[in-house]
Design a binder for this molecule. Structure first.
Ligand SMILES: [Fe+2]
Length: 193
């Protein structure tokens, strides 16, 4: 289930909305030109990139044809209990944890697990907790950041128009530091249910 929290972006952020109503979430995001779609989750897919893309081949091909993506891949991170894991998790989380933009849309389909996209638009921060089945399209140049939590656990299909690589342009705005992080929002959401 997708979960949206909206905050003011001042020194002392206030929560202005919390909802799990998918129609409401899609309507709020539409105002930002952010598109949230849901695909039926295919259970029992394999773990490799090829197996995952094969499982979703029909949906992936349709979206590629509609939106003209030139590159599709799979990003995944799962706790593995190795001695290297804590540092690997920390480094991965750190990468896009500060506010930035991209020259391309950021398009992610969550095959499993979760992550939060924070969209900073018009004096508000929209924290979209995505889970399995969610396909989120964040338009190019939208100021945003992404938090996978302190124990990252997700598999996501990524779609790109530009296969030259994925570059973040960091804004230097420290807003992300004062908005509740993934762990806080996940705990808050769990306590509501
Ligand atoms: Fe990004």
């Amino acid at each position: 289930m997708t979960y949206l929290s909206v905050y003011t972006d001042g020194e002392h952020p206030e929560t202005v909305l919390e909802t799990e109503d998918i129609a409401e979430i899609a309507a709020v995001l539409k105002e930002l030109d952010v598109v949230l779609r849901q695909w039926a989750v295919i259970e029992g897919h394999g773990g490799s990139q090829e197996e995952i893309l094969d499982a979703y081949r029909g949906q992936v091909d349709r979206v590629v044809a509609e939106e003209g993506y030139t590159l599709v891949d799979v990003a995944q991170l799962h706790p593995d209990g190795s001695p290297e894991w804590p540092e690997k998790a920390r480094a991965a989380r750190e990468k896009f944890l500060s506010e930035h933009t991209h020259d391309d849309d950021e398009v992610r389909y969550f095959v499993s697990g979760s992550g939060i996209f924070y969209l900073h638009v018009g004096g508000r921060v929209y924290a979209v907790l995505c889970e399995a089945g969610d396909l989120l399209t964040v338009p190019r140049d939208t100021t945003h950041w992404f938090d996978m939590g302190t124990e990252p656990d997700f598999t996501a299909i990524r779609f790109f128009h530009d296969d030259d690589g994925w570059v973040g342009r960091f804004t230097g705005n420290p807003v992300a530091e004062r908005i509740p992080d993934f762990d806080s929002i996940a705990a808050r959401r769990a306590s509501r249910n």
